[in-house]
Ligand binder design. Sequence first.
Ligand SMILES: Cc1cc2nc3c(=O)[nH]c(=O)nc-3n(C[C@H](O)[C@H](O)[C@H](O)COP(=O)(O)O)c2cc1C
Length: 204
Amino acid sequence: MFYDAVANTHGLAADPFKALVAPRPIGWISTFGKNGVVNLAPYSFFNAVSEDPHFVMFASGGRKDSQRNAEETGEFVCSLATYELREAMSRTSAPVAPDVDEMKLVGLTPAPCRFVAPPRVKESPVAFECRYWRTIELPGKDGGPSTHAIVLGQVVGIHIADEAIVNGRVDVTRLKPIARLGYGDYAVIDKVFTMKRPAPTSEV
Ligand SMILES: Cc1cc2nc3c(=O)[nH]c(=O)nc-3n(C[C@H](O)[C@H](O)[C@H](O)COP(=O)(O)O)c2cc1C
């Protein structure tokens, strides 16, 4: 099948777009509000976009608390959503008032960061401490404004649970990250295969 993606005439029961860009890593974003309250929410329009220096992005459909807090305070933290933490992760996606501490609400423990103020999720084996860089507002279909925006931040500190490091490498099967697919579906990374790149090779 083929369909016009602007008119979005897919003719299916549900929009297939997110099922086709899958799996998407989940950035579990913690921020402080200007009111000093911890905010935590998952974002699957999330990825690493550069490694030198390290930059990550998350995209917000509407100016939600995570985007507003990152912009207003200049900091955010991305903890890794794992299979073990899947239920808590999902619960932090519920819309709650800005004066509610979402980490406390779902029974997670705030752990201190070194370079930024917002806490990371202590139960999560990996966290990126990020300095907000800028927001890119995306245009609407007609080229006018939309409510969608990409929030970019530089990773300035990285936490890794010691148990996840085996022979000097991160063993992702020990982390068991979850990733977002389409609809209500998720994947878990618990199996890995390796391929050699053709020589001569350059690191990308
Ligand atoms: C796995 C998962 C991924 C999500 N990804 C996004 C996303 O990429 N962008 C977005 O705007 N909302 C996303 N959401 C919805 C937000 O988590 C939800 O709107 C949340 O209430 C936003 O919280 P905040 O206002 O505290 O930032 C996702 C929800 C789940 C469960």
